[in-house]
Design a protein around this ligand. Sequence first.
Ligand code: 3HC
Length: 337
Amino acid sequence: MYTQSFNVQDGQAAAPAPAVALAENAAAQAKFDAKINADDKIEPQDWMPDNYRKTLVRQISQHAHSEIVGMLPEGNWISRAPSLKRKAILIAKVQDEGGHGLYLYSAAETLGTSRDQMLEGLHSGRAKYSSIFNYPTLTWADVGVIGWLVDGAAIMNQIPLCRCSYGPYARAMIRVCKEESFHQRQGYEALLVMMQGTAAQKAMVQDAVNRWWWKCLAMFGPPDSDSPNSDQAMRWGIKRISNDDLRQKFVDATVPQAKVLGISLPDPDLKWNEQRQHYDFGAIDWDEFWATVNGNGPCNKERLATRVKAHNDGQWVREAALAYASKHRAVAHKEAA
Ligand code: 3HC
C-alpha cells in the first residue's frame, strides 16, 4: 500500500551471464562514483550500490519517524495553549511536522521500501527515531524551547542535507528547512514574550532551557569517533558535516541568542575559546543518550503506544480511501470501454 517504489528491480527479467553481469556492475559503479565525485544528484532510476540504498532508507525512514513522533510532545499542548494566536501557531507547526514525515516517507519509498514496511519497523520498536522526542513537555515554556532549541538543532543538521547526493531527499529537505525556520522563530519569539513577563514566567523559561539544553546537544548523534555510519555517509555525500562539527556550530550560534533572551545555559564549562574561535562546552551524558535511544528514556513507551494507537484508529480512513479510489477506477474503466 502507498508504495512509490517504481525503481524496484524487475524480478521477471532474465539474469545476465556472470561475466557480463560483473562488467555491467563495474561500469555502473564507475558511473555512480563519477556522479558522486562531480557532486551530481543520484536519482531513483539510477543504479546505486546496495549499501548506499540501505543507508539512505535507514536515515530517511528514521528521519520520517522522528517527524511524526515529534508531533506528540507539542501536540500535548494544543488544547492548553495560552491564547488563540499561540494555539493557531502551534496547530500549524504540528501539522507541518506531519507533512515533513509524509515528504520523507515518499522520498524513502523511491528507494524500493514500502511505507507499510517502514511503519512496521517503527511500531514494532525496531526502527529508531530521534532521542529528543522521548522527553516530557512539562510546561508551556517547553513549547517555546522546543521551537528555539530542538527545531534550531534540527535546522543546523538539516540545511546540509539540502545538498545530499540523493535527489529526492535533498529536494524534500529544501521545503522542510523553510518550514523549520518558521518553527524556530515562533519558539524564540514566544520565549522573548515570556521573558518580558512575571518572575514566574521567566523562571519557567529558565527551567525548560535547563531540562532541554543537554538533550539538544546529544541530538546531533554520538561523537565522530563513535559514529559508525559517518565516514561512509560523508564519502557518499549523504552527510556533509559531521556530528561534532554540527554540534559546535549549534553551540556557537545559540549562545548569543541565549544572551539576547536573558537566560543562562546550564553548563559551567561553557566559555569562548579565543584560540579555537569557538565556544568550549562540558561533557555530554552519553549513557543517558544511549539508554533513551535504546527504548529506556522517560517517554519512549508512551510515545510508541500513542503512535500505534493513532495508526490503528486511522485504519478505517485508509480502507475508505482505498475503496473510494477503486470505485473511481471502476467507473473510469466503464466510461472508457
Ligand atoms: N536519536 C536516535 N538515534 C540516534 C541519534 C539520535 N539523536 N543520533 C544518532 N542515532 C543513531 C543512528 O541512527 C545510528 O543508529 P543505526 O546505525 O542503528 O541506524 C547510531 O545512533 C550511530 O549514529 P551515527 O552518527 O553513526 O548515525 P548517522 O550517521 O545516521 O547520524 C544523524 C545520525 C545525525 C541523526 C543522521 O542520521 C541524520 O542527520 N539524520 C537526518 C536528520 C534526522 O533524522 N533528524 C532527527 C530529528 S528530526 C526533527 O528534529 C524534527 C523537527 O521537526 C524538530
